[in-house]
Design a protein around this ligand. Structure first.
Ligand SMILES: [Zn+2]
Length: 73
């Protein structure tokens, strides 16, 4: 599923948050924060997540969820 990522500034593949990511969002936003319609940008190095229909309510995942780009040869 592709969306415009406000952090990347381009269209990117988004994926629903996995359990570890949901737990991390709740650790920051509180246990009652609604995490079942949050999607993250899967671009290398991007930590942006947001509800499907709007960027309001979006934020950045903790640093440990950053996917580094493959190291150049
Ligand atoms: Zn992004």
């Amino acid at each position: 599923m592709r969306k415009a990522c406000p952090t990347c500034g381009t269209w990117q593949e988004f994926q629903k948050l996995n359990d570890a990511e949901k737990a991390a969002v709740r650790a920051v936003k509180g246990d009652r924060h609604y995490v079942h319609d949050l999607w993250r940008c899967t671009a290398d190095g991007c930590l942006w997540y947001q509800p499907w229909h709007h960027t309001r309510g979006g934020d950045l995942l903790p640093e440990r969820f950053r996917k580094e780009a493959a190291a150049p040869e």
